[in-house]
Design a protein around this ligand. Structure first.
Ligand code: ADP
Ligand code: MG
Length: 731
């Protein structure tokens, strides 16, 4: 029988690559048509309802029940007009993907008449059966209830799946006792904390600022592979990454894929998911090839963080569904292929005021320069003081494979700011001892307004190796994994920023109280922050071994594995940080710690199982078959009396194959033993550490090494798993 691998390869040439959309329409004609944003809402709501909704969207104001009924009615009218039959509360549980439970508008009244109905209650609250979502022990089974609550800050949208259309209401997800069970609620709370702290600091410079929001522009990296080849790789299907596979003769060394022309079949897929994304109001802007073969990236125009997070999650879902329609698969795992670039999701982050100022953009006048400098230095200080929680925010088993390997930042959190700003900070620092005085107001000018814009554009984006880089008017957090919900990283970033700005304000106020002039007091604290956080600044090559040594000397943490990286969530410092800013209380923090550990353990367990299974069902059978062919060949040559030199090379291959076969059998049985032992451990942290140190670390690479060697030795026509060169280069 033809193997799945052979069939997949043969079928490839018969694929057709037509996009579903003809692509002739202007994007602006249909952009956002499936979103109930304020502009759309205006036509469906009374003045009162509209005012209330808009107050909630823009200023976080509460909507009362009666008005909610009106909004629900408007939503129903809009949705029905578009052929929608069902609605769902859409939420972001800690599993990482989004969740939905669909209900129809259809209902039967007491007198038997059927109507379509959607009221304020249905809009505001729903009770999905929460017991199967991770809760980290927050919910005992007897009260396995959680509920979703409408988040008016994010607009409802219509999801089209085949012919079905569903109205999705963005919600937060909380337990019956009020603890948060999702990524969204803490994100919203962190934004509130950051807003409050940032507005107070902004008011030193501009009294008109009354709101500060964080902005996010993510860059989503992904691989696209043929579906049939994917299906012939049970490891990809089960764990999202290939646990085996020898490096192809041609990898990414030629760098000919980066920014090369996009293959037609992929292009058709891209156009179709982009089309759906535009209808959902996701402002996609760029698409291009990435460095690795079959790797791509897309990025939208940045938006306010909470909306950007929703949009990223939606897009990941869209990509998956549209890829299937094209008989392709989008791989969002952080490291689908060993030895080849992984997938990241750079999070470009900044803060913007309601007066339209980007707080990380160097301004034009001295006064706003000082404001820029304040927020710039506070960010560095925040990352310095809380690099451990920032590291925890991006920890996952997938990202462990990526960080520190091929073209990905290491697990060391450092900040890159570029030559020019390094010099600016150095200048400020040099004023050691010399007090800042009136004359020093010159420093506030720092010539920033003249030279920064040009210089920044030129200089700041050169270093692509830093996990946290200043790129002219925003910071780019590059250590975020491609499959992650950005909310985790963003919540942490907003919270550490809130905390640092609060301290900053306190220190400046204390100096002012002692009679210091405000600007001078600010400069003093800025200088202090530069000195106390400079060890987190690094301009060199983050991928180098020297940096690892240097970072160790500086005392910067370098925690390579998830179980240990997560420890920083339980420190006194972390509890004070999250609790003090009303983002997560210590019970929620502990629950999250446990959930992340559980996720880690499950991933390692799945990979270990699929490895074991593949060895016995896919790797060893063809290897043994080929071993027998060689044995027969040698025996035959011997029998007819040929001298040993005629079969010595066969013998050599046979010896190698036999050695790899026995290595694999032995290592796999040991791994299974270790896995069972780890599995029996009760304590979540101990179990995760055992999964890492006793299952993954000692066995995964060893088994893989032997399997990959066999791949090169065995008759190609017998090998069952599609090879890297096939998955990555055939389409
Ligand atoms: P690169 O690949 O060079 O890093 P891209 O243009 O692909 O750059 O991505 C940059 C991302 O940064 C885009 O999503 C862009 O909208 C976003 N961005 C630009 N300015 C800001 C800002 N002030 N806040 C947040 N994100 C921003
Ligand atoms: Mg980038």
């Amino acid at each position: 029988m033809e193997s799945l691998r052979v069939k997949a390869i043969n079928d490839l040439s018969t694929q057709s690559y037509q996009p579903e959309q003809d692509g002739s329409a202007r994007i602006t004609d249909f952009y956002g048509e499936n979103v109930f944003n304020l502009k759309t809402a205006r036509a469906f709501l009374s003045d009162e309802a509209y005012k209330s909704l808009s107050g909630s969207v823009k200023g976080g104001k509460r909507i009362d029940r009666a008005v909610a009924n009106q909004i629900a009615a408007g939503l129903l009218q809009w949705a029905e007009g578009k052929g929608v039959t069902h609605y769902t509360h859409w939420f972001q549980p800690l599993t990482g993907s989004s969740a939905e439970k669909h209900d129809s508008f259809f209902t039967i009244k007491g007198d038997g008449t059927s109507i379509e109905q959607f009221d304020g209650d249905a809009l505001i609250q729903q009770e999905p059966d929460a017991s199967s979502f991770p809760s980290g022990g927050l919910r005992a089974t007897f009260e396995a209830r959680g509920y979703t609550a409408w988040d008016p800050s994010s607009p409802p949208f219509i999801m089209e799946i085949e012919a079905g259309k569903t109205l999705c209401i963005p919600t937060i997800f909380v337990s019956y006792t009020g603890e948060t069970l999702d990524y969204k609620a803490p994100l919203l709370k962190s934004l509130e904390a950051m807003n409050k702290a940032a507005v107070e600091v902004c008011n030193y410079f501009d009294k008109n600022v009354s709101r500060v929001n964080a902005t996010l522009g993510w860059e989503q990296e992904y691989f696209v592979v043929d579906e049939a080849l994917y299906n012939a790789r049970p490891d990809l299907v089960m764990s999202g990454r290939t646990v085996f596979g020898h490096a192809p003769a041609k990898g990414q060394q030629l760098e000919d894929h980066y920014f090369g022309s996009i293959p037609e079949r992929i292009y058709a897929f891209m156009r179709d998911y982009e089309d759906e994304a535009y209808r959902l109001g996701i402002p996609l802007k760029t698409r291009h090839n990435e460095v690795a073969p079959s790797q791509f990236e897309c990025a939208p125009i940045f938006e306010e963080v909470s909306l950007a997070v929703d949009h990223n999650l939606l897009l990941m879902d869209l990509m998956d569904r549209v890829a299937r329609r094209h008989k392709l698969r989008a791989l969002l795992h952080e490291k689908p292929f060993a030895g080849i670039n992984g997938n990241g999701k750079h999070n470009n982050w900044s803060m913007a005021t309601d007066t339209g100022v980007n707080l990380l953009a160097p301004g034009k006048t001295p006064k706003t320069n000082l404001m820029f400098l304040t927020f710039f230095v506070n960010t560095i200080k925040a990352v310095h003081d809380y690099s451990d929680v920032l590291r925890a925010s991006i920890a996952s088993s997938g990202n462990d494979h990526r960080l520190g390997a091929n073209e990905a930042p290491p697990a060391i959190i450092s900040v890159f700011i570029g030559q020019y700003l390094t010099k600016v900070l150095e200048d400020i620092k040099q004023r050691v001892g010399n007090k800042f005085d009136e004359q020093d107001e010159a420093i506030l000018k720092l010539d920033l307004h003249r030279s920064i814009p040009e210089l920044l554009l030129d200089n700041t984006d050169r270093n692509r190796t830093s996990p946290f880089a200043f790129t002219g008017n925003k910071f780019e957090f590059r250590a975020v994994g491609s499959s992650a919900n950005c909310a985790n990283a963003m919540t942490t970033l907003n919270t550490i920023m809130a905390e640092t700005l609060k301290k900053f304000k306190k220190e400046v106020d204390a100096l002012v109280e002692k009679g210091e002039k405000k600007e001078i007091a600010i400069m003093h604290v800025i200088r202090e922050y530069i000195v106390s956080s400079e060890k987190v600044l690094f301009e060199g090559n983050n991928y180098s071994e020297e940096w690892e040594k240097e970072a160790a000397k500086r005392g910067l943490p370098n925690v390579k594995t998830t179980p240990l990286a997560l420890d920083s969530l339980l420190t006194h410092k972390a509890k004070q940080l999250f609790e003090g800013n009303n983002v997560l209380n210590h019970i929620e923090l502990e629950a999250r710690h446990e959930i992340e550990l559980e996720k880690y353990v499950k991933k390692v367990q799945i990979e270990a199982r699929i490895m074991g299974e593949l060895c016995t069902s896919h790797i060893l059978p063809p290897a043994i078959k080929y071993q027998n062919t060689l044995i027969e060949n040698i025996r035959g040559l011997k029998e007819i009396g040929l001298k040993e030199s005629t079969y010595s090379s066969q013998r050599l291959i046979l010896e190698k194959i036999s050695e790899h076969i026995s290595q694999i059998s032995e290592q796999v049985s040991r791994m299974i033993e270790a896995r069972k032992k780890a599995n029996a451990i009760k304590d979540a942290r101990e179990k995760a550490i055992a999964s890492c140190d006793h299952v993954k670390e000692p066995y995964f690479d060893k088994i893989r090494y032997n399997v990959d060697k066999l791949e090169l030795l065995i008759d190609d026509s017998e090998w069952l798993l599609p090879k890297y060169r096939e998955i990555l280069f055939l389409r």
